[in-house]
Design a protein around this ligand. Structure first.
Ligand SMILES: [Zn+2]
Length: 121
């Protein structure tokens, strides 16, 4: 899959993790399905522009179904052909730590800006 077809989230991880890790993330995300509980229409997380990797559980989420047109409950579920991958997670952890640090720095900067604007210092 070329980069221009990726969502913003997918593109971010494509730049942050190594190729084998990103390939595993894509394979998992394509095999995680969002199924409409009204009509059973299913789409992959990947097709929705998302990423679901190293995850478990069948969470419920609320969204509009393109098949029956109703906004209602959708269940996250694994496809029957869910891939078995064994990719080292070092690259993924580095990406998560980097994103967390950048987010904390941006939030910290915003807090300092607000305190400065409020005349605290
Ligand atoms: Zn539906």
């Amino acid at each position: 899959m070329s980069t221009h077809e990726l969502s913003r989230t997918q593109g971010l991880f494509a730049r942050l993790v190594d190729a084998p890790t990103f390939a595993a993330m894509e394979a998992h995300s394509r095999a995680w399905l969002v199924r409409c509980l009204n009509c059973s229409h299913a789409r992959s997380i990947w097709a929705l522009g998302g990423i679901r990797y190293k995850a478990a559980g069948n969470a419920l989420t609320r969204m509009k179904c393109p098949s029956c047109g109703k906004t209602g409950a959708h269940r996250l579920e694994k496809a029957e052909n869910f891939p078995v991958t064994n990719v080292p997670t070092g690259s993924l952890w580095r990406a998560i730590i980097l994103v967390t640090l950048v987010t904390m720095l941006v939030l910290g900067g915003l807090v300092l800006l607000i305190l400065w604007a409020a005349g605290v210092f």
